[in-house]
Design a protein. Structure first.
Length: 202
């Protein structure tokens, strides 16, 4: 098909064959692919397009595979997540009280402890210990029900909340405040964000 074909690595032959298929190289006379000479501009353009096409196909397969995995995980988490979505609104507006685990008031880890116990998950009582449970989740991969942790000094966890989507989380902040929603995207909690753990289906 082309001169010195044994000099072409097996992985590269498909690309060279593609050149023939597009008519850029036809194997007639001097119009043959030669691995010893410089690639012509036309060959380089066509090969670049082919690489792009192959990459696009690969990327599409990767996205499809990842979506399938996420859908599968979402299915297994669904019952507990749905239950959590029913429970959280019932606790909104209740006052913060240090050491409290409900039902009328909570501290941050007490709120998490109580809610997750109601969906069948027993967690440690303190936020620092809760941060050791489940699996790590990157901030950009957070989904409903993941636990988000904060460290005021940048190294010691002192606060926890429950991610509820849209860059927001529910928590019991501090004395004088109530269970509420705050943002992870800016302000104090964006600056003190430390890590996240997935304990539902994780």
């Amino acid at each position: 098909m082309f001169s010195d074909q044994d000099l072409i690595s097996p992985w590269a032959r498909e690309a060279v064959e593609y050149l023939y298929g597009t008519g850029v190289t036809d194997g007639v006379g001097g119009n043959r692919f030669d691995p010893k000479r410089s690639t012509s501009r036309e060959e380089a353009i066509v090969l670049s397009k082919r690489v792009y096409m192959l990459f696009s196909e690969y990327q599409a397969r990767e996205i499809e595979a990842r979506s399938t995995v996420l859908a599968s995980r979402g299915g297994s988490r669904s019952p507990q997540i749905e239950k959590l979505k029913e429970l959280i609104p019932q606790e909104m507006g209740k006052p913060y009280r240090w050491g409290a685990t409900g039902p009328n008031s909570y501290d941050c880890s007490g709120l998490v402890y109580s809610l997750y116990k109601k969906i069948g998950i027993t967690l440690p009582r303190s936020s620092s210990e809760q941060a050791k449970v489940g699996t790590y989740v990157a901030k950009e991969d957070l989904t409903y029900g993941d636990l988000v942790f904060f460290a005021r000094d940048g190294k010691n966890i002192n606060h926890v909340g429950i991610y509820v989507g849209g860059g927001e989380f529910v928590h019991a902040p501090q004395t004088g405040e109530v269970v509420k929603t705050s943002t992870l995207l800016s302000g104090y909690y964006a600056n003190t964000y430390y890590t996240a753990r997935r304990v539902i289906g994780g």
